[in-house]
Structures are given as C-alpha cells and as structure tokens.
Design a protein around this ligand. Structure first.
Ligand code: HEC
Ligand code: HEC
Length: 348
C-alpha cells in the first residue's frame, strides 16, 4: 500500500516543484521594459525593444556594448550566475525589483539608471570596474547585499560583465524612450551615437579617480578630536543629518529623504559599526569627499577643499564613533581615552 502511494506523492511534488521553477525560469528569461517605454504606444515599444535586442542581446544571448569581440560564452556564463545568485534581488532586467526586493531596505540596486553609490570617483561620475568588483566581492555590510568572495575569479568577472550588460541596456533604454517620446519614432541610425555617449561617460571615470590631497595623518586622539569638532560645525553640518552622536537620530532625519530611485532613505547610523561602502579610512574619506550618488549624502569636496586634512580627521572620527558602539561607549567619551584598535578592522 505504502509503496504504491509514496511514488504518487513524490510525483506530485515533482510536478509542483518543476512547475514552480519552470515559471520563475521563464520570468528570468525575459526583460521587463522600463516605465518610460511602457508609456509609449505599441509600435514605438516594439521599435525600442528591437534596438535593445540588437545592441544588448537577450538574457540567454547577451551582448555588452563596446565589446564586440567578447567571448559570448563568458557573458552567457555571467547571465547564468546572475540568474542563480542575483536576480532574486536585482531582478532579471536589473531593475532592482526581484521577488525579494519589496521586503528589503535599502532596496537592491536598480542598475538601469547607471548610478552607483560606492565609487572611488567624484559625485555624479560612473564607477570604476574595480568599484563594482569590490562591492560584489565584499558585499555591502549592514544591507542584504551579500559578499561573493568565494566565487572563482572568472565567475566574478563574468557576472560583473553581465551587470554591465544590464546597466548599459538600461541607459540605452532611457535614451531610446526619450527619442521615441519626443520624435514619435526611433531612428536606427541614431543608436550608435547613443552607445558612444554612454560609453564615453564610463571611460571618463577612469581619469577622475578621487585622489587624497594629503597623506593620512595617524589615527590618533588628536585627529579624532579635530574630526569631532568639524562634524559639529555649521559649515560641514554632518550633525544635522547624522545627529550629534552620529547615530542618525535627529528629528530632521525622518521620512523626508528620497533617493534618486524614488525610495525613502535616511542618513546612516554611523555608530552601527557597519559601513555599507567599506570601513577603511579611504572608503570613508571618499564618501565624505564625493558624497554618495543617488542619495542625499552631499559631496564636501568644495566646502572643505581649503582644509584637506579635515577629510581624514572626519573619517577618523567616523571610524571612532563606529568602534565606540562596539565597545558600548558612545561618542561623548573623551577621544583621548581611545586607542587605535579600529585600525585592526579597517583593512580590506
Ligand atoms: C539578498 C539580496 C541581494 C542579492 C542576492 C544580491 N544583491 Fe546586490 N545589492 C543588494 C542591495 C540591497 C544593494 C544596495 C545596497 C545599498 O544601497 O547600500 C545591492 C547593491 C549592489 C550593487 C551596487 C553597488 C553600488 O555601488 O551602488 C551591485 C553592483 C550589486 N549589488 C551586485 C550584485 C551581484 C553581481 C549579485 C549576484 C552575484 C548581487 N548583487 C546579489 C542586494 C542583493
Ligand atoms: C543632508 C544630509 C546629510 C549630511 C549633511 C551628511 N550626510 Fe552623511 N549620509 C547621509 C545619508 C542619507 C546617507 C546614507 C546614504 C545611503 O543611502 O547609502 C549618508 C551616509 C554617510 C556615510 C556612509 C556610511 C556607509 O554606510 O558607508 C558616511 C561615512 C557619512 N554619511 C558621513 C558624513 C559626514 C562626515 C558628514 C559631514 C561632513 C555627513 N555625512 C553629512 C546624509 C547626510
């Protein structure tokens, strides 16, 4: 009796599971159009999609613009890894809207705007390849973005290239939708020009890396104290968003902030000991100097240019606050009593 019913049960389970995975696989094998494209009439939508397919390929046969000689298997491998490990959050189209996304804060990145937060380049500039690779390898501590340090180097390169496929596809989609809406047509002769525009922004990033203006002073009580003072000045005004103690709890840091992807955001709790963009003093220097793309965190390049050491002092103070919480002391303890133990956690 049992022997007869068991296989039947398993059969059903099999049907159910394969049905489910078949379903999600299908969703993963089509790109969703952006809102701007969906607002066009059907004929224009088709025209936009045709150009996107031509230049950026499909989920099973992707193409990376500007890389005509890239091995198609490399990108297919990247797409397969992406489907297995990334699309649940970032979505099959890279729209940051995978099945898990609605439950996550911060939201998974929508790559299509070509805007990235954790860069070594100035505010508004594209990231370097190394910046994206760093995030993929290290994850974003304190968010749901996992680290993929254990993937083989080839797979990391492949999945990164596929992220770039989706990013450039999104950037091109935006330009095509604009043309379609403005001209009521998509002229295939214009597309190479758009591709050139997109790629030149990415190429320019390489020459814009934020170099530190001075050497890093020692992580000392003196530097921390200078940083604390700067943090509380009207000019820098860090405290207005992050709070006097850096915990991000002033009344102004409420629901008012929106990021450029349209979601609510707040100033970071700097005492949490978890820097989304990396905890090295250089990472924090760059966040302060260049701000954080797509978010209300402003760039202080201009404001503090005349006193470049202040960037380091602020970075040290921020590191100090973050380690203070770990030791269960909050920032109002005199800096002089603090050792340099954060350094041990600060490396790559
Ligand atoms: C569990 C959800 C989740 C998974 C799985 C995931 N991510 Fe993310 N990812 C996020 C979140 C959330 C962010 C945004 C973090 C933030 O804004 O601070 C993010 C951000 C990113 C960024 C943007 C970094 C920047 O500078 O703006 C990249 C690139 C990225 N993820 C790549 C990947 C890749 C590649 C994979 C798969 C190998 C992946 N992610 C898997 C949640 C996820
Ligand atoms: C207008 C509000 C505002 C001001 C002023 C401001 N910040 Fe921020 N800051 C933010 C927001 C919002 C974020 C979170 C960005 C995000 O979504 O990742 C942030 C993030 C950061 C981070 C990144 C933390 C991480 O997780 O990697 C650092 C470091 C930081 N701020 C330091 C400072 C310092 C130092 C100052 C003053 C020189 C300052 N901020 C001024 C709003 C502000």
């Amino acid at each position: 009796m049992r022997l007869k019913t068991l296989p039947r049960g398993w059969l059903w389970l099999g049907v159910l599971v394969s049905g489910l995975s078949g379903c999600s696989r299908q969703a993963d094998l089509t790109y969703v159009s952006s809102k701007a494209v969906l607002e066009l009439d059907a004929k224009l939508q088709t025209a936009v999609r045709e150009q996107l397919d031509k230049f950026c390929g499909t989920p099973t046969s992707p193409k990376l613009i500007g890389q005509k000689s890239m091995d198609p298997h490399h990108l297919q491998r990247g797409a397969a890894i992406y489907r297995a490990r990334c699309s649940g959050c970032h979505g099959a189209s890279g729209d940051g809207n995978g099945p898990a996304a609605a439950h996550l804060y911060p939201r998974p990145r929508d790559y299509r705007a070509g805007v990235f937060k954790f860069t070594s380049t100035p505010f508004g500039a594209k990231p370097l390849r190394e910046d994206l690779m760093r995030t993929i390898k290290q994850g974003a501590l304190g968010t749901s973005m996992p680290n993929f340090n254990l993937l083989p180097e080839n797979d990391l390169e492949a999945v990164l290239d596929y992220v770039l496929v989706l990013t450039h596809r999104g950037e091109l989609e935006t330009l095509l939708a604009l043309e379609a809406a403005g001209d009521d047509a998509v002229d295939p002769d214009n597309v190479e020009g758009y591709v050139g525009e997109i790629l030149s922004l990415w190429k320019n990033a390489a020459s814009q890396v934020v170099l530190t203006a001075t050497h890093e002073p020692p992580y000392s009580a003196e530097s921390i104290e200078k940083g604390r003072k700067a943090f509380l000045t009207e000019e820098a005004g860090c405290y207005k968003c992050h709070g006097n103690d850096g915990r991000g709890q002033p009344a102004s840091n409420t629901q008012e902030f929106k990021d450029s992807w349209g979601f609510q955001t707040r100033a970071a709790d700097l005492s949490a000991g978890m820097f989304h963009g990396g905890g090295r003093s250089l990472d924090i220097y760059r966040r302060i100097y260049a701000g954080i793309n797509g978010t209300p965190m402003p760039a202080f390049k201009q404001k503090l240019e005349k006193e470049p050491e202040t960037f380091w002092n602020l970075a040290h103070y921020v590191q100090y606050i973050s380690s203070a919480r770990r030791r269960d002391v909050i920032a109002n303890q005199p800096a002089a009593k603090v050792g340099t133990e954060f350094k041990a956690h600060g490396g790559e």
